[in-house]
Design a protein. Structure first.
Length: 318
């Protein structure tokens, strides 16, 4: 598969990606109201990686059926509905911390009210569904994707469960694109021992799920956690090796989030907006392009691997 791809997809978000004419062209199509060169941000980058990978993989066709997990009302849903045979958007609409923003209950009853432009309404189906328990038969979709959602599904076990479910409903030879948030530099304050100490100091009121080796929640992942809880847990194969390099431009306008809710950028300007810092850690988006074996995955069941533990990563990622 990697030989047919025209660019690197398994990578971190980088402002240099916005110098690619294909990235600019597809973003002008997805977000026609703005100049992609002036609005360099992670969300736009995520849309571009998903769209271009599906194009390179031969999946932007009228034969493709796609499932979006933790979909909200993302712009990409309507763009894909104009190109694919069927797009099914799933989320816990009306529930959870994103209920009033990206996952409004009105998306269930009136998705057209969320659409930024006309789309083929008969091609988009919106369902209330938890990403950890997908209510579809095995091998139902040609494509499964999730855009910066899986890290909000709970702890590591919840992320792994969702990854297994995405693989389960994917047809043999099908493609999964999972975009999530990954540390570039992880400060010791964002560690399992610190979370566990807070749990003990608060007599269990804080960080209830923390253990000496497991953080209480996982909103940003290390690449090691990505490899273990998404890639290995799913049983899918990465389309390319990781490229974790970052250009100097990535560091030109780091946005620091303060405890009082303020966000302060290095230049005082909002754009480009690709790297964030909080409690000493920095992170950005990462794209995982994966494929299911054409022979299927008989070793997987709805509940995970039939034998053995989740594989440990072989590369020394942090």
């Amino acid at each position: 598969m990697a030989g047919h791809l025209r660019r690197q997809y398994v990578k971190r978000c980088d402002p240099q990606d916005f110098e690619d004419p294909r990235v600019l062209a597809v973003l002008s199509d997805i977000l026609p109201e703005r100049d992609p060169r002036a609005f360099i941000e992670r969300k736009a980058w995520e849309f571009a990686m998903l769209a271009l990978y599906l194009d390179d993989a031969g999946m932007l066709t009228e034969d493709t059926q796609a499932l979006a997990v933790g979909a909200g009302d993302e712009r990409i849903l309507f763009w894909l509905a104009n190109r694919l045979r069927r797009v099914v958007a799933t989320d816990i609409y009306g529930s959870g911390e994103f209920a009033e923003n990206e996952a409004s209950a009105s998306m269930l009853s009136d998705p057209a009210s969320h659409a930024p432009y006309p789309y083929r309404e008969d091609r988009l189906e919106v369902l209330w569904m938890d990403g950890r328990w997908l209510g579809f038969p095995d091998e139902s979709f040609d494509v499964v994707f999730s855009v910066s959602s899986i890290e909000h599904f709970g702890g590591a076990s919840d992320i792994a469960r969702s990854a297994r479910e995405m693989a389960r409903v994917l047809r043999p030879g099908g493609h999964a694109v999972i975009l999530t948030e990954a540390y570039v530099i992880k400060h010791w304050l964002n560690s399992a021992p610190v979370d566990f100490a807070l749990r003990l100091a608060s007599f269990g009121r804080l960080r209830r799920r923390a253990t000496p080796r497991r953080r209480a929640g996982v909103d940003v992942l290390t690449v090691r956690e990505i490899e273990r809880y998404i890639v290995a847990a799913s049983g899918l194969t990465l389309a390319q090796p990781y490229d974790l390099s970052l250009s100097p431009e990535s560091w030109s306008n780091v946005a620091t989030k303060h405890r009082d809710g303020r966000t302060q950028t290095a230049t005082g300007e909002f754009w480009p907006h690709t790297m964030l810092r909080f409690r000493g850690s920095t992170w950005t988006s990462i794209c995982l392009a994966l494929q299911k074996s054409p022979r299927g995955q008989p070793r997987l069941t709805r509940h995970g691997p039939v034998r053995g533990k989740v594989a440990r990563p072989v590369a020394p990622f942090d």
